[in-house]
Structures are given as C-alpha cells and as structure tokens.
Design a protein around this ligand. Structure first.
Ligand code: TMP
Ligand code: ASP
Length: 234
C-alpha cells in the first residue's frame, strides 16, 4: 500500500490517497481548535493518542458488529481507513447533561438524564454546525431516510457498547459525537472516537479527561489524554 497525495486537510487530521481507490490514510495532528476554530492550540502528542485510541475503539466496535471505516493502524499517527463520502450530519449522543445541552436547557452540568439524548447537527464550519432535525435532513437532502435510520441505530448501539467499556475503566461516557459516510452502498462509522469528540469524566473524582480541559483552560491537557489512552488500552 503506497501513500499518495494529500487530498484534504481538516482541523485535526490530514487525508492522503493510496494506490487503492477504496482506501485512504488518516494522519492525526496535534493541532486543537475549539469554538468554531476561534481558539487554536497544540496538544502535545494528541495525534498519537487519538490514533491509538480510535484504532482500539474501532477494533472493539467491529468485533461487536459495528461497521466502521477502520482497516488498520499503520504507524503512530497514521490509520488506514475505507474511503467515505462523508454525510454532513453529526450525531451526538448524551448520557449526562454537559456543554451546550446544559446551556440550552439551563440545567447544571453533571445532571443525569432520564433517557439517552440523540441530537443531529449540520456539519458546516462556516455556519458553526447548527442543530437540525430529521425534517431538515430530508428537506435539504443531506441523507436518505434509511441512511438516517442506520446512523441513529448505530449511534445508540455504539453508546450501549462504549458506556460499559469506559465504566470498566473508571470513566463516565458523558457524551460523544459521531460522523458517518457512504462506502460502496453501505453506511460506515467514520472520523475518530477520541477525547476531542467525547466527554469523559473520572468516575470517582468527576475530573474532566477530554478536550474540555483545552476549551476551558483547565490545564493538564496532555496528561488527561495520556491517562485516557492508558485506561482504554488496559
Ligand atoms: P456540545 O455539548 O458542545 O454540543 O458537545 C457535545 C459533544 O460533541 C462533546 O463530547 C464534544 C463533541 N463535539 C465535537 O466533537 N465537535 C464539535 O464541534 C462540538 C461542538 C462538539
Ligand atoms: N473542534 C471544533 C471547532 O474548532 C469544536 C470543538 O470541538 O469544540 O470548532
């Protein structure tokens, strides 16, 4: 497998072509952004942590029947994945009130939810990823009805698998964001599953072990990422 030209550079990853049109290489950077890119910084070794953690979690999910873009880890910062046509809908799953949900509902962070909450956002940097609903997705043709059904079912299944996975490692899975894409007629889970796109709290101390440490200037960002990786690999 030969790594080819750079196809796309995002905020946290670079995508390279390969000699197989069905496969691309993801390169994980240390760059971190928040608040629609208004806040920028470097989280030392984040790329290595996120590549390793995502690889482990995608493997775990694949072993349990979730179809993902993951093929294999290639190096410390590179992952081989199936090439996706990304669906511009971000799916967020929440188990505990935090972040924008706390603000929107005027409820304190950490409040448990009676039921899992699933939210849909339009993936658009210039618009700042606005929240949308299923009507918008259908009316604007962002995804077909059966594609959306697969995305929602898969997101809830991923939550059912990852809640106990993290709980066994002393971590509360507060919320997370997923992205999906089309590949040869299938809908596959794409992107990454890392402290960049998940809220992860220490079960005992409730300490934040995710990108909120960067967003909110809480300090010890690198340590938190390393600590999460160690627990995920244990
Ligand atoms: P929120 O509370 O800010 O809406 O975030 C919910 C979850 O989604 C949280 O785990 C962080 C993740 N997330 C992203 O991965 N990318 C984003 O652009 C935003 C806003 C949130
Ligand atoms: N990464 C996103 C941005 O740059 C948001 C976030 O994760 O907070 O806006």
């Amino acid at each position: 497998m030969e790594k080819g030209e750079r196809l796309y550079e995002g905020k946290a990853k670079i995508i390279y072509s390969t000699d197989d049109p069905d496969l691309v290489v993801l390169y994980f950077k240390d760059e971190a952004t928040a608040f629609d890119g208004k806040k920028k910084g470097i989280i030392e070794s984040k790329g290595v942590v996120n590549n390793r953690m995502s690889s482990r979690i995608f493997e775990y999910l694949e072993e349990r029947g979730v179809r993902t873009h993951f093929v294999k880890m290639l190096s410390e910062r590179e992952m081989l994945v199936r090439r996706l046509e990304i669906i511009p809908v971000e799916v967020i799953v929440r188990n505990v009130v935090a972040g924008s949900l706390a603000k929107r509902m005027g409820v304190e962070e950490g409040t448990p939810l009676k039921e899992t909450v699933l939210e849909l956002y339009y993936k658009s940097d210039p618009l700042g990823d606005p929240m949308i609903n299923e009507y918008h997705i259908k009316a604007f043709g962002l995804a077909e009805e059966d594609e959306l059904r697969v995305m929602k079912e898969t997101a809830l299944r991923v939550n059912d698998l990852l809640k106990p996975f993290f709980d066994e490692r002393g971590i509360i899975l507060v919320d997370f964001k997923l992205e999906f894409g089309r590949h040869r007629g299938d809908i596959l889970l794409g992107d990454e599953i890392t402290p960049d796109g998940c809220r992860l709290w220490d079960r005992e101390t409730k300490e934040k072990m995710d990108k909120d440490r960067f967003r909110r200037d809480l300090g010890r960002v690198e340590e938190a990422y390393r600590d999460v990786l160690e627990k995920v690999l244990s």
